[in-house]
Design a protein around this ligand. Structure first.
Ligand SMILES: *Cc1c(COP(=O)(O)O)cnc(C)c1O
Length: 243
């Protein structure tokens, strides 16, 4: 049974949910013997209308994660009068790279060198650089995006020619399962790959893993960014693509 989360429709309600999530992050950090500052909370606002995101900003949120580029771009345009920053966390088609290059402060779903090349060209054109996370398919599911972990080393080496892209870490979506052991295996795989890559590329330090349903487990395995939507804004009624 998926958990249900209360809808947050006012700034106060968003703040209340944020406080609960932050307390849970702290508790997970305590158990894992980590400092609470070692985990960044990235609120995920997909399907939430722009006007409700003004309330999120009023509740203290400064960055939002979106998985669909058109939706993200529209919200950025509507909310340009706020200092909100945008993290694009979902799969991107190469013909949409130009949008990300215009406004995103980070991109967490880099999964092909073709996309890297086009993104870099667009970023040069905009005079911008972009923090990127390489998406890794840690569950070996055919329908999931992300590179195969074995390609990590070669992929990262090939990225070095794209000077506007700043590789910061790895991102994954764990298998969607009630079995904590298989979920945990995905997180462990991502951490092991990061540890391996970091020996040559010290700047690749971040692990973006963990969502509303599994962030405590992700923190136990070393997550440095957790991407949380429903636990902050409420259960999404609409089914959205999780890849
Ligand atoms: C939707 C989404 C999340 C957040 O999921 P919740 O269940 O709302 O916490 C995290 N990462 C990605 C890539 C997503 O698309």
């Amino acid at each position: 049974m998926p958990k249900s989360y209360p809808q947050a429709l006012t700034s106060i309600e968003i703040q209340t949910n944020l406080n609960i999530v932050r307390t849970q992050i702290k508790a997970a950090c305590n158990i894992a013997n980590r400092s609470a500052e070692s985990v960044r909370l990235l609120p995920v606002s997909k399907t939430i209308p722009a006007e409700r995101l003004r309330l999120a900003h009023a509740a203290g949120i400064s960055i939002l994660g979106e998985n669909k580029i058109q939706e993200a771009y529209n919200k950025w345009q509507i909310l340009q009068d706020t200092p909100l920053k945008w993290a694009v966390i979902g799969h991107l088609q190469t013909n949409k790279a130009k949008y990300v290059a215009k406004f995103a402060s980070e991109f967490q779903a880099l999964d092909s060198l073709k996309l890297a090349e086009i993104l870099d060209r667009r970023l040069q054109h905009e005079g911008r650089s972009l923090d990127v996370f390489i998406q890794v398919n840690t569950s070996n599911e055919a329908q999931k995006y992300g590179i195969n972990p074995e390609r990590g080393e070669d992929f990262l080496r090939a990225l070095s020619v794209y000077s506007s892209l700043k590789p910061r870490g790895l991102m994954t979506l764990a298998v969607f399962s009630a079995d904590q052991i298989v979920v945990r295996e995905c997180f462990i795989r991502l951490r092991q790959l990061r540890d391996q890559l970091q020996q040559i590329h010290p700047q690749v330090s971040e692990l973006s893993m963990g969502m509303s349903g599994d962030f405590a487990l992700a923190i136990a395995e070393g997550a440095t960014t957790v991407r949380i939507g429903q636990a902050i804004f409420g259960t999404r009624l609409k089914v959205t693509d999780r890849h």
